[in-house]
Design a protein around this ligand. Structure first.
Ligand code: HDE
Length: 737
């Protein structure tokens, strides 16, 4: 019987479209499978009694075609791989939720998940490196991806951002060139996961629009200490639309509640060998131990009428809106509290797309974003060989899905009825069109007109001011790291001409910066370097209006050092012991550290039980064979004559301390431990008398006399760890580690 439209009104739709923190977990539950207590079967459910041998004609004879178990097992294995992502191949995922602080964003957006403080919207986040392949090291110098899928009651919203607020290029048509240049060379596939080779810097030196991003990539932002300790940015300018249909421009920011912290380059390189999974492991272990990463979402909002009031174009993804011009408004918090059950099913198969929008959030004409709107769907077809990837459990929205896209490889849903087209009458006109007040997405009706032209707006033509702004905003130590990074990156470039050209660009950013880089890469700085922009720029109304736009010369908000959050929460502390350590001191300091939220590991030459001077036994967590100073944020060596004297004869222990010192980490010891420090390169940092009540801290080296108060010692130690790094150690150059 033909139904009329009103009979099909989605009366229970509101219920179906309500989500809670656990909704995604519940949706995934039926797909999860325990192996425990079950017989092994074929894919057809047939129980197997023997899987070690194939079916043969005689135990020494050939394998028989009939062996359906072998064929199925081998075929499945042969087809286990899907193409890795062409960029962002290596990533780590986590589940969690997002919750708005209040409903204050209602004024700006009708996106319910951003305005309803009573809903915890489930999320899945994938952090990634960009350049390396799926098996590459985590700690390479690179941008980090920070992609979030919000399973909202209005459908999936994806905020596919990075840990840097700008991008290399302005137009999507340059993306393939950029990625080709930064990926390994096409002839020999070297180097892996690194920009430090001629092709990338050749491209960079010929593309002035890259300069601002180059400054970010050379900065410590490219070496995050942890995925949990980095910020995220939506990069593009998006649009917020409120209930009245009024639009405003918006930039999205994530801020880690632990602050943004970085590794140092030497440490990052060594970690790539000792623990290539460093960032992945850190995220996994933190969530596993209940140290849930938290990120605050904030927005910068610009009224439409202010579009041309800045000296840069809001549509240009190589520019930030300095927070000093438009402050960030915090709007909610994301908590990551669950590790995935299966890497492939969740982290590998999750498919993001900046075009996954919900009512209240829309895109702008940023030409980079416009290109992304095409690329992300296209790339999923390459990965999944099917348009049905949205049916994979991790990608399924919580909002019900009804449409006529019913076929294709690996279709899961069994759609009923004859009418798989629209309009239809035999299906009662269903699935029907939703009115706007029932949650339908309506594209923002921006008026657009123009000539068909392959060109860029003149308003995109300033490639140096914000690179200079970034340089000006850095502290001295951050500037020093940028110069050192340039020495490494350009130092790997064989072509002198390319190095010369890059230093030319740097001279337009800051002459002093260019001179410091030039001094390390064997080229001269020439005054008056000039290079024609590569783009074709068209003068227009926007560029005319922007001429006297607002700008700043410095933006302290972009400096990590100036915005440091001082906490020891989830920081890793190594305790070096051998037989004969001071048990009471160790226990007291260890307790104080764990009370403050730090994670503590006991390390000695060999794994096993260690005997304290009072006869108590303590089990070590790691040996020098399986760990290194680079895996900790701080080092503590408890007193105990015998233990200390053994450590003084251990090269690994001395190296551990020296290296931690070189990497600007906090080091603490007491009593006889002072003798040990004097045997390392940092004797000059010992300020406490060995036999005294002294507790002294000098540039992150905390020393205490044998009679000192252990609480005071722990307190000073913790205060020093909170600083993250002690940059002001001149003697680090003398450390041979
Ligand atoms: Fe991506 N990017 N991108 N990108 N991107 C991909 O999509 C692309 C850009 C970002 O964890 C790919 O599913 C183009 C900016 C992240 O799964 C691909 C352009 C930003 C991830 C793609 C950009 C990003 C990707 C590869 C310029 C920050 C990982 C696999 C026009 C705002 C998502 C995939 C994950 C992944 C294309 C530029 C962030 C090929 C064409 C700018 C975090 O579609």
């Amino acid at each position: 019987m033909k139904k009329n439209e009103s009979e099909n009104k989605p009366t229970n739709n509101d219920k179906a479209r309500t989500v809670s923190q656990d909704s995604k977990k519940q949706q995934l539950d039926p797909y999860r499978q325990e192996k425990e207590g079950h017989y092994m079967t074929t894919d057809q459910g047939l129980r197997i009694n023997h899987t070690d041998d194939s079916l043969k004609a005689g135990s020494r004879g050939p394998t028989i075609m009939e062996d359906f178990h072998f064929r199925e097992k081998m075929t499945h294995f042969d087809h286990e791989n899907i193409p890795e992502r062409v960029v962002h191949a290596r990533g780590s995922g986590a589940h969690g939720y997002f919750q708005a602080y209040d409903d204050s964003m209602k004024k700006y957006t009708k996106a319910k998940f951003l305005t309803d403080p009573n809903t915890k919207t489930p999320v899945f986040v994938r952090f990634s490196t960009v350049v390396g392949s799926r098996g590459s090291a985590d700690t390479v110098r690179d941008v980090r991806g920070f992609a979030t899928k919000f399973y909202t009651e209005e459908g999936n919203y994806d905020l596919v951002g990075n840990n840097m607020p700008v991008f290399f290029i302005q137009d999507a048509n340059k993306f393939a060139d950029l990625v080709h240049s930064i990926k390994p060379d096409p002839d020999n596939e070297m180097p892996q996961a690194s920009a430090a080779h001629d092709t990338f810097w050749d491209f960079a030196s010929l593309m002035p629009e890259i300069n601002h991003m180059i400054m970010w990539v050379l900065s410590d932002r490219a070496l995050p200490r942890s995925f949990r300790m980095m910020d995220g940015f939506g990069v593009h300018t998006f649009r917020f639309i409120n209930e009245e249909g009024k639009a405003r421009f918006v930039k999205f920011h994530w801020r880690s509640t632990l602050g943004a912290h970085s590794l140092v380059w030497d440490e990052a390189q060594k970690l790539a060998g000792k623990d290539p999974d460093w960032l992945r492991r850190d995220l996994w272990e933190a969530i596993d131990s209940g140290n849930y990463p938290e990120f605050e979402l904030s927005v910068q909002i610009v009224e439409e009428e202010d579009e041309f009031k800045f000296d840069f174009d809001l549509l240009d993804a190589t520019k930030i809106i300095p927070e000093e011009l438009v402050p960030r408004k915090p709007i909610g918090k994301m908590v990551l509290n669950r590790n995935p059950d299966n890497f492939f099913a969740e982290t590998e198969q999750v498919a993001f797309h900046p075009g996954n929008l919900v009512p209240g959030i829309d895109v702008t004409n940023d030409p980079l974003l416009q290109g992304r709107l095409f690329s992300y769907l296209d790339t999923q077809i390459n990965r999944f060989s099917s348009a049905n990837f949205a049916e994979v459990p991790i990608n399924r929205p919580l909002a019900p899905v009804h449409n006529n896209q019913e076929a294709g490889f690996m279709r899961q849903t069994i759609n009923k009825g004859k009418a798989n087209y629209w309009p239809n009458s035999i299906g009662g006109g269903c699935p029907m069109m939703a009115p706007e007040n029932q949650g339908a997405f309506v594209h923002y009706m921006e008026k657009v007109e123009g000539h068909k032209i392959r060109a860029r707006s003149q308003s995109f033509n300033d490639h140096y001011s914000q690179a200079t702004l970034f340089w000006n905003s850095m502290t001295e130590v951050e500037q020093k790291h940028i110069v050192e990074a340039a020495h490494f990156e350009l130092g790997k470039v064989e072509s002198k001409e390319i190095r010369q050209r890059m230093v030319g660009h740097f001279s337009k950013i800051d002459m002093n910066f260019a001179k410091m880089v030039a001094a390390g890469v064997g080229v001269e700085v020439h005054e008056n370097f000039d290079q024609e922009s590569t783009g074709h720029y068209e003068d227009n109304e926007a560029s005319k209006q922007m001429k006297n736009g607002k700008s700043v010369k410095e933006s302290p908000a972009v400096s990590m050092e100036r915005n440091k959050i001082e906490t020891v929460k989830s920081r890793k502390v190594a305790i070096l012991v051998e037989n004969g350590f001071d048990y009471n001191e160790l226990m007291q300091v260890k307790q104080a550290l764990t009370d403050a939220g730090a994670m503590v590991k006991i390390i000695s030459k060999l794994h096993g039980m260690k005997k304290a001077s009072n006869g108590e036994m303590v089990e070590t967590d790691k040996s020098h064979v399986t760990t290194g100073s680079i895996m900790y944020d701080a080092v503590y060596i408890p007193d105990g004559k015998e233990s200390i004297h053994t450590l003084m004869r251990e090269g690994d222990a001395l190296h551990f301390i020296n290296e931690a010192f070189k990497h600007h980490k906090t080091i603490a010891t007491s009593g006889h431990g002072i003798e040990l420090l004097q045997k390392t390169s940092i004797g000059g940092y010992v300020y406490a008398e060995p036999t005294s009540r002294d507790v002294k801290e000098h540039k992150g080296v905390v020393t205490a006399g044998n009679d000192a108060d252990a609480d005071e010692f722990a307190e000073k130690f913790i205060a020093a760890i909170k600083k993250h790094r002690h940059w002001n150690r001149e003697e680090k150059m003398m450390v041979p580690a």
